[in-house]
Design a protein. Structure first.
Length: 370
């Protein structure tokens, strides 16, 4: 079966990396898979794509991808197109309509819809909502990555068809990467518990709250270290906060790395402090690595990932005192690895792919590629 997995831009972040896993897993099941990106920077080429074939259209925006994707549909004639993120989903559906493509289209939403659509008349987000409603009929499946997001769509659209299909996070190639060697000195020569986090250094990720909570733990006499992987516009502000709190010797911001899993597996607690997330892939990755977990109860997915407290600690958004207490609790009483293994099963290859194909009325496997 010819399958297209399409993403707007490649970066070392959640959606592109998740879709790479998805394309790789589909190819391993024997399908002919094109992994289509609108834009890929010369210095950040996708890796670990398995038997999937990389196709780069060129434009850096979803809107700019419309005509190139129309040409792709006419040339490649895929049986199924898996798209991700609402802006791109809309243009993919429009391209299928314009080309009269017979491909089945499955569009996945990855962010809170209130950041994309609005019920306020004549606003930009309201106009996009009307445009999406006009092409939504062409979709064979529309999915969200959490139950919370499905409920949000029901608040914005009248009887939306959206259903939950989790991201594919846990697969065999990713688990192999857990065992790659580390080079950060705090992990190479580990002398005390380490708290980790990862994501774009931006205000919505709440890393300032995490650093403030960590400062409380240090003030209480705990011997700990904090490592936050990622890069972004808030770096200077976070570095200033670290200096002001006198934590330069205990907090590290190593930047963006290609394989954080190896560090998650050697850390004691992973803390997600976001103000909003679509799902929170990195939280699932840390769970897969056997790391005890703490997360804010932000919309839409983190509390759902943690089974509302079964697989880790959930704290109110922005509550620094509760965050510090939860991190201390997970250090003192780590979550049983068997419980974490149970929690991550929902995000495994078979569960996710079988769910996608069931929604399309198809079998998910052709043959296994050796």
């Amino acid at each position: 079966m010819k399958i297209c997995v399409v993403v707007a831009r490649f970066s070392l972040t959640g959606v592109p990396l998740t879709q790479i896993r998805f394309a790789r897993a589909l190819a391993a099941r024997g399908h002919d898979v094109d992994l289509v990106f609108g834009h890929v920077g010369a210095d950040t080429l996708p890796t670990h794509i398995g038997a999937a074939k990389l196709v780069v259209l060129g434009p850096s925006t979803a809107r700019g991808m419309l005509l190139p994707f129309c040409r792709y549909l006419r040339r490649a004639r895929p049986n199924i197109v898996f798209s991700s993120q609402d802006n791109l989903n809309g243009f993919v559906l429009l391209a299928a309509i314009l080309t009269r493509s017979r491909a089945q289209i499955s569009g996945s939403s990855r962010v809170n819809p209130f950041f994309t659509y609005s019920n306020r008349l004549l606003t930009r987000k309201w106009v996009f909502k009307q445009a999406m409603r006009a092409v939504m009929w062409r979709a064979d499946a529309l999915t969200c990555v959490s139950d919370g997001m499905v409920e949000e769509y029901r608040a914005l659209f009248r009887q939306p068809p959206h259903v939950t299909v989790y991201n594919l996070v846990d697969d065999a190639p990713s688990r192999l990467r857990i065992h790659e060697p580390v080079d950060h000195p705090w992990f190479v020569d580990k002398t005390c518990p380490i708290v980790v986090s990862a994501g774009t250094l931006s205000s919505r990720k709440g890393f300032a709250d995490l650093i403030a909570a960590f400062a409380r733990l240090i003030a209480d006499g705990r011997d700990l270290r904090l490592v936050i992987f990622g890069e972004g516009a808030s770096r200077a502000d976070l570095e200033r906060q670290i200096r002001d709190l006198g934590l330069e010797a205990r907090v590290s911001l190593p930047g963006q790395i290609t394989n954080p899993l190896r560090y998650f597996a050697r850390a004691d607690v992973f803390a997600m402090t976001s103000y909003f997330e679509g799902l929170g892939n990195v939280l699932i990755e840390a769970m897969m690595c056997g790391c005890s977990l703490v997360s804010t109860d932000c919309p839409s997915g983190p509390a759902e990932i943690l089974g509302f407290g079964r697989f880790g600690s959930v704290v109110p958004v922005g509550d620094v005192a509760a965050l510090a207490k939860a991190i201390a609790g997970q250090i003192d009483h780590p979550t049983d690895p068997a419980v974490l293994a149970e929690g991550v099963r929902r995000f495994g290859e078979d569960a996710v792919i079988d769910r996608h194909f069931a929604l399309l009325g198809l079998a998910g496997r052709e043959r296994v590629v050796a």
